[in-house]
Design a protein around this ligand. Structure first.
Ligand SMILES: *Cc1c(COP(=O)(O)O)cnc(C)c1O
Length: 355
C-alpha cells in the first residue's frame, strides 16, 4: 500500500519537553485515509498537521460515531525508536469498530501508517528520560446527514504529540473516590470499546471528584452498582492477601487495556496467583479495614502504572500501604517501562522497532 507523503514547508518549533502539558503540542504531520461505502478505505496519505474540514451535519458531531486508540513511540538509549504492542491496539480498534458499526481498517495499512508517520516525524520523539511520543489514531463518521444510522463515509486520522515524564517527582500514590451514583458503562453497552462517547459520559462524575481533591473516580458496575470496574480511564488491580485480583472483562463493561494484559502476564510469570473476577466494593472495603488489601494500582498507556494510596467510600477514608507505593506496583512499573524504553530485555516480543 502506497502512502502519499506531502511534507510540511513550515516545520514547527518543538516545545521544551520539560513540564510539557499532555496532549497540547502536535508534531508536523498527520496521517489521513477515507472510507467510502462501495470503495473501502482509500487515499492513504500523510499531510502537514492541520484542521480537518467537516460539514456541520457530519454524523460524528451529532451521534458520536467515533472510536480512538492510544499508544506511544519510545526512544531507546541508542537513539532507536520503538512501539509497544501496536498490533494489540490495532486489534482492539477493530473490536471497537465492530461495536460502533464502523468498517475496520486493514491491519497492515494501519501498522504501516503508524510506522511511516513516526519515522517521518522522528525528531518529535523526545529523548529525555521517561518521555515519549503519544500516538492517537481515531475514526470519525462524516456523512452530512442528521439522521440516526451508521455513516457511509469516514475519516481515519493519526496525530502524534510529544509527552513529558508522567512522574517528574517519582511515582506518587493518588487519592481516589468510589463513585456510588454515576456509572461509566453498562452491561451490553460500549464499555469495552474505546469510543469518545464513554469519555463524555464520565466527565460529570470526574469533575465533581476532582473538585473535592480526588485524582480519579473508581467506577462501579452499571447494573448493581456493587462491583469494581475501572479507575478513571485506567484498569484497576489489587493485591489482597498476596493474590492479585482484577475485574474480569466478561461483562463487556471494562475496557480491555493492553497495560492490564501485559501486567497480568508479568505477574503470572513472577509466580503470583492472579484472579480475574468480580470484586464487590464491600469486599474491597473489608480488605482495606483488615489490612488484607496490600496494594492497589491503575494501569494504562499514559501513566503505565499509577499507585493508589487512599480510597474514600461513603465518606470514609481508607489508606492503602500507608499511602506508600507497594513492591509489586513498583516492580510492574519498572519492568514495563524498562521494556518500553529498551532498558531491559523484552522476552515477550512486545516491542516493535520503527527506525
Ligand atoms: C484506554 C483505556 C484504558 C487503558 O488501556 P491501555 O491499553 O492499557 O492504555 C483503560 N480504561 C479505559 C476506559 C480506557 O479508555
Amino acid at each position: 500500500m502506497d502512502i502519499a507523503i506531502t511534507r510540511t514547508t513550515a516545520p514547527k518549533q518543538k516545545p521544551a519537553i520539560e513540564g510539557i502539558p499532555f496532549g497540547t503540542y502536535f508534531s508536523d504531520h498527520m496521517f489521513l485515509m477515507n472510507y467510502v461505502k462501495g470503495q473501502g478505505w482509500i487515499n492513504p496519505r500523510i499531510v502537514p498537521y492541520g484542521p480537518i474540514e467537516l460539514e456541520p451535519s457530519a454524523m460524528v458531531l451529532h451521534y458520536a460515531q467515533e472510536i480512538f486508540e492510544g499508544l506511544k513511540a519510545y526512544r531507546t538509549a541508542e537513539g532507536k525508536i520503538q512501539l509497544f504492542r501496536p498490533t494489540e491496539n490495532i486489534a482492539r480498534m477493530a473490536r471497537s469498530a465492530e461495536k460502533l458499526c464502523i468498517p475496520p481498517v486493514p491491519e497492515d495499512i494501519y501498522l504501516q501508517a503508524i510506522k511511516t508517520l513516526v519515522e517521518l516525524d522522528q525528531d518529535w520523539v523526545p529523548s529525555a528520560p521517561d518521555t515519549s511520543l503519544y500516538i492517537r489514531p481515531f475514526i470519525i463518521a462524516t456523512d452530512p446527514h442528521v439522521g440516526v444510522h451508521a455513516s457511509h463515509t469516514y475519516i481515519f486520522c493519526i496525530i502524534t504529540c510529544p509527552v513529558g515524564c508522567y512522574y517528574p517527582e517519582g511515582l506518587n500514590p493518588v487519592r481516589i473516590a468510589i463513585e456510588g451514583r454515576e456509572v461509566r458503562a453498562v452491561r451490553g453497552g460500549t464499555g469495552f470499546a474505546k469510543c469518545g462517547g464513554n469519555y463524555a459520559a464520565s466527565l460529570h462524575a470526574s469533575e465533581i471528584a476532582e473538585a473535592k481533591g480526588f485524582s480519579q473516580v473508581l467506577w462501579l458496575d452499571g447494573v448493581e452498582q456493587k462491583y469494581i470496574e475501572e479507575v478513571g480511564s485506567m484498569n484497576v488491580m489489587f493485591k489482597i492477601d498476596g493474590k492479585i485480583v482484577t475485574p474480569s472483562l466478561e461483562k463487556g463493561s471494562v475496557l480491555p487495556g493492553i497495560t492490564r494484559k501485559s501486567s497480568l502476564q508479568l505477574l503470572k510469570e513472577w509466580g503470583y496467583e492472579v484472579e480475574e473476577r468480580d470484586i464487590s466494593v464491600d469486599e474491597l472495603i473489608a480488605a482495606a479495614g483488615s489490612g488484607a488489601l496490600e496494594e492497589a494500582w491503575g494501569t494504562g498507556t499514559a501513566a503505565v502504572i499509577s499507585p493508589i494510596g487512599e480510597i474514600v467510600y461513603a465518606g470514609e477514608e481508607h489508606t492503602i500501604n500507608n499511602g506508600q507505593i507497594g513492591e509489586v506496583t513498583q516492580k510492574l512499573y519498572d519492568t514495563i517501562t524498562g521494556i518500553q524504553w529498551g532498558k531491559i530485555d523484552d522476552p515477550f516480543g512486545w516491542v516493535v522497532p520503527v527506525c
